[in-house]
Design a protein around this ligand. Structure first.
Ligand SMILES: [Zn+2]
Length: 436
């Protein structure tokens, strides 16, 4: 938990859609924003530590709503394959062999480094052996909604699938209340790897423990075809028939929705988390974000794991989401810049249930912010901040990163972990993976 006062000044402030000041200031006390606006009007803040934006753009930290952080170990291990071959022939076997709690701790630490350095302050992370990842978040001070994975076959840390629910319960109970930055949750892998019974039990556990439940849904055309063959319904319709749709908090992907299904998701209160980088690389297709937004869906953005992306830079996802929307509709006005950036702010925050805490720099919100280096050639000159953030920026222009009022990246250097050591540990594991 953070303590003390922080003042961030010295650059323009874009605090969220429609909130821009050419000379801005953000003041925070004990990790909570107490002022965000014109620097000239900022009230005094006693004994504050100072963070100088040095002409850079101050803005809310990005929120990666869906990731499997520890999968950085498998980055580039198997590429240029369709999802089923990639997953069944490469990823699931590698996970069975190499994933344990030490691996998730070590590899999540590298993922945290990558995310903080590229401007992500909150992550929705779902994986097996989630306690290892929780330790990495606890040690580094990154904000995470961290879900233990659930699947109907033997998985890392869960050799007997019948114990999957018990492992989820144990994880949630173990990590509830440990840190205000870590929110435990449950991730049922998908309706094609979890039976209706497993999904129903997961929903019951969600309600019993008061945590959020996520799943991958309608990712590929073959998943939809298989569902039609097996259940006589699309994955979305089938979950609705089972009464499970409204018991889900967010569905990841939703690339292949039938007519009216975006509206159904909105009615059932299911947020969508789109992962355009992963979906396009696997050739799965792309989510129809403009229709989802028009139909009232909450839509967040995620990178998915680094094995299918292959990086965790959320700026890439924002730019891709905006471009794919225009390609899909043939309309360049579709998903304009400010709306695209906000997918990774308010949209992702709501998908994670943190909409009152992160995604904006306003009094009462957490002091999770980043400073973008506006002296970078690719961000020069500046007319409109959301335009740059969508079409020109990358994570490489992030200079400072603050989570909960704590400066975790200063002048592009991590203050919360030893980057060389984090990379060396993952290289060591990777050498064993490569050795077979
Ligand atoms: Zn995923």
């Amino acid at each position: 938990m953070s303590s003390g006062n922080l003042r961030v000044t010295g650059g323009p402030l874009w605090a969220g859609p429609g909130m821009f000041w050419p000379s801005g200031a953000v003041l925070a006390s004990d990790g909570v924003v107490v002022y965000a606006g014109d620097a000239a009007l900022a009230p005094p803040l006693p004994e504050a530590s100072e963070l100088d934006a040095d002409g850079g753009l101050i803005m809310p930290g990005l929120i990666n709503a869906h990731c499997h952080a520890a999968m950085v170990l498998f980055r580039g291990l198997a590429d240029d394959l369709p999802l089923d071959a990639w997953l069944n022939q490469h990823i699931f076997p590698a996970e069975a062999r190499w994933v344990d709690e030490r691996m998730t701790e070590v590899c999540t630490r590298l993922a945290v480094a990558e995310m903080l350095l590229s401007g992500t302050t909150t992550v929705g992370d779902s994986y097996f052996c989630a306690s290892g990842a929780a330790r990495a978040y606890e040690q580094t001070g990154m904000r995470a909604v961290l879900a233990q994975g659930l699947i109907d076959f033997p998985a890392p840390g869960v050799p007997d699938p019948a114990q999957g629910l018990a492992v989820c319960r144990e994880f949630v109970e173990r990590w509830s209340g440990v840190s205000p930055l870590i929110t435990p949750a449950i991730f049922a892998h998908s309706p094609y790897t979890c039976s209706p019974r497993t999904l129903g039990e997961a929903a019951a556990l969600r309600e019993d423990l008061g945590v959020r439940l996520y799943t991958h849904l309608a990712e590929t055309a073959s998943e939809v075809a298989q569902s039609a063959e097996t259940h006589g319904a699309s994955p979305v319709a089938w979950l609705d028939e089972l009464g499970l749709l409204q018991r889900l908090d967010a569905a990841v992907h939703c690339v292949w929705l039938a007519e009216g299904e975006a509206e159904l998701l909105a009615q059932r209160g299911v947020a969508v988390i789109a992962c355009p980088g992963s979906n396009s690389k696997l050739g799965s297709g792309w989510a129809d974000i403009p229709t989802m937004l028009a139909d009232g869906c909450v839509v967040g953005l995620g990178t998915d794991g680094a094995a299918s992306n292959n990086n965790l830079d959320l700026f890439g996802e924002i730019g891709l989401a905006a471009r794919l929307a225009k390609l899909r509709t043939g309309d360049p006005a579709s998903l304009p810049a400010e709306q695209a950036v906000d997918l990774a702010l308010a949209g992702s925050a709501a998908a994670l249930g943190l909409e009152e805490k992160v995604g904006r720099l306003e009094p009462g919100f957490a002091c999770d912010l980043i400073v973008m280096d506006l002296s970078a050639p690719r961000l020069t000159p500046l007319y409109d901040a959301p335009s740059h953030l969508t079409y020109a920026a990358s994570g490489n222009e992030v200079r400072h990163t603050v989570v909960d009022g704590q400066v975790l990246v200063k002048d592009r250097q991590l203050t919360c972990l030893d980057l060389d050591q984090a990379m060396a540990s993952v290289r060591e594991l990777a050498a064993r993976v490569a050795g077979g």
